[in-house]
Design a protein around this ligand. Sequence first.
Ligand code: 13P
Ligand code: SF4
Length: 328
Amino acid sequence: MLQDTAALPSRDDLYRPVKSLMAREDWDALFADDIAAIMELKRQRDAVILAHNYQTPEIFHCVADIRGDSLALARAAQDIKQKVVIMAGVHFMAETVKMLNPEKTVLIPDDQAGCSLAEGITAENVRTLKAQHPGVPVVTYVNSSAAVKAETDICCTSGNARRVVESLGVPEVIMIPDEFLARNIENETGIKMHTWSARCEVHELFTPQEIRQYRRLQGPLSVIAHPECSPDVVAAADHAGSTASMINYIEDNKPEKVMLITECSMSDNLSAMYPETHFVRPCNLCPHMKRITLKNIRQALETMSTEVLIPDALQAPARLAVERMLAI
Ligand code: 13P
Ligand code: SF4
């Protein structure tokens, strides 16, 4: 392969996107060396970094090549040219990339970066639900393990859940594992949901009382909730949608003051992109997303670990469920 000889970006260029968020001296002291090393290692390893919207700004803005919500990252994963993929996100996201790229090396910088939804249901649980509701299609949120996806007819993300469910043209579905996402989609579509009791440990903490309190204190405020929040929270918001939909809302409406009912880094990352918008932040941290750091991204590239693998028996059925979703 031809060696890429293009110059790497300068430190000034790498700092620029986060200059409204942190002082240059802090960035230099805390992040600059790791960022420079990662840029060089990406070239040596022929690697690309995919970063979810919940990654911290120094990852999201300074080293990521492709950024997005779960759906955008899965779509991008269909068209990766590099040999190595680093997932700056959680384990199920890395598994989805590996399913779509079995021949590539997919690395996660911390293999303990899980998700309360993915851990909240097993393949055995899905088989039990299918036996209870014979013939009812199973729609599985991508926040799930490969073993659970392999039991599934089709996957969805928060960005396309409604479209996926409506595409089936049936009066009822088994929608797992997120109880709240399923109830929110049931309210939007009128399609009956048989669901499971798993929840996102970050989004289940928000309450409608909290939203009402902020509205009282802050005056005119656009409130955008993630659909992993309870139906009561979604009803108290002005708009509900995936993390990408939150960005689109801000881009289209340019609200003066906005409150994102979601993970903390979302507002940090967007406030760097939309300096005119004031972000009110009653956020909650995702401990799993926060396991990914510049230091362990650098280490993953140095040591080429931890590699994400899918057991052979799960690869084809799990991939089919993801591909059906991506075809919609
Ligand atoms: P998005 O698909 O909206 O980015 O959500 C992923 C996630 O884990 C939210 O908690
Ligand atoms: Fe999972 Fe919630 Fe963290 Fe998203 S925010 S990765 S759903 S625990």
